[in-house]
Design a protein around this ligand. Structure first.
Ligand code: PAF
Length: 278
């Protein structure tokens, strides 16, 4: 496994059949699943490791975001990743006047809770795509809104690559893997799986047929109350359309999404959902 730190060196890396996994490091099984998938499908696998300052808001966890490059290196090496692109911040941003704003689908949920977050994500992802020039880029479905933002950007800007979104990898108790889970105290960690359990309960009730808008609203507010009883501060709990991220009550491809804080840690999760004909 070769570590590349400069854009110039990365540009010299022969393009071709590259599978690309963009990350901010602190690898967990979710990241490793993306790398394994890419390894099985491409001649070259490149992973980027860059804690992108542009996507953190003021007061967020940029300084404390978990970093362990040596551990990440060894994990990526075991999977057979070819290149780890790990630039310094100054290498990526030598002044940056251009920002990519994917309108509309960033207006809600994470976009509302974290103003400008998705501008930072879209901008760095576009830069990484231009630097790495992959054939396919892999993202985890846990960050559902991020997946849809990147998909929209790739379509709108005609970026010549394909995207592959992989299912969320979970701990045995259901908690979605996330680099931020290390922030949880033991007590918070024991409560955290409630997020996924609540999604599961609402999903089964919805799919059983409680789909007139009033009963969906009632299920969501019950879910919110139950999470609050466990100590979560709920930012949103909604059924959204997979086409545009808008709250959805009509039959079709949808997802149940949640963003909530447990102590000082923000957690997000989602599950896909088919809203049956009412
Ligand atoms: O999901 C992440 O880890 C980041 O948002 C990404 C896609 C690597 C961009 O910095």
């Amino acid at each position: 496994l070769r570590i590349i730190r400069t854009i110039a060196e990365m540009a010299a890396f022969a393009p071709g059949d590259t599978g690309f996994v963009p990350t901010m490091g602190a690898f967990h099984e979710g990241h490793l699943a993306l790398m394994r998938e890419a390894r099985g499908k491409h001649a070259n696998v490149c992973v980027s490791l860059f804690v992108n300052p542009l996507q953190f808001g003021r007061g967020e966890d940029l300084a404390s975001y978990p970093r362990d490059e040596d551990r990440d290196f060894h994990l990526a090496k075991e999977i057979g990743v070819d290149v780890m692109f790990a630039p310094a911040s100054e290498e990526m941003y030598q002044g940056q006047s251009t920002l990519i704003n994917v309108a509309d689908i960033t207006d809600y949920w994470e976009g509302q809770c974290r103003p400008r977050h998705f501008d930072g994500v879209a901008t760095v992802v576009a830069k990484l795509f231009n630097i790495v020039r992959p054939r396919v880029a892999y993202f985890g479905w846990k960050d559902l809104q991020q997946c849809l933002v990147v998909r929209r950007m790739v379509e709108d800007l005609n970026i010549p690559l394909s995207l592959s979104f992989l299912e969320t990898v979970r701990e045995p108790d259901g908690l979605a893997m996330s680099s931020r889970n290390v922030y949880l105290t033991p007590e918070e960690r024991s409560k955290a799986p409630q997020l996924y359990r609540t999604l599961g309960t609402i999903k089964s009730l919805l799919e059983l047929g409680g789909t007139n808008p009033a009963s969906v609203d009632a299920l969501l507010s019950d879910g919110r109350l139950s999470l609050e009883r466990y100590g979560f501060a709920v930012d949103y709990l909604e059924v959204v359309s997979l086409a545009d991220m808008k709250a959805a009550r009509r039959a079709g491809e949808a997802a149940l999404i949640v963003g909530a804080r447990l102590g000082t840690t923000r957690l997000i999760d989602n599950c896909r959902l088919k809203i049956p004909q009412g």
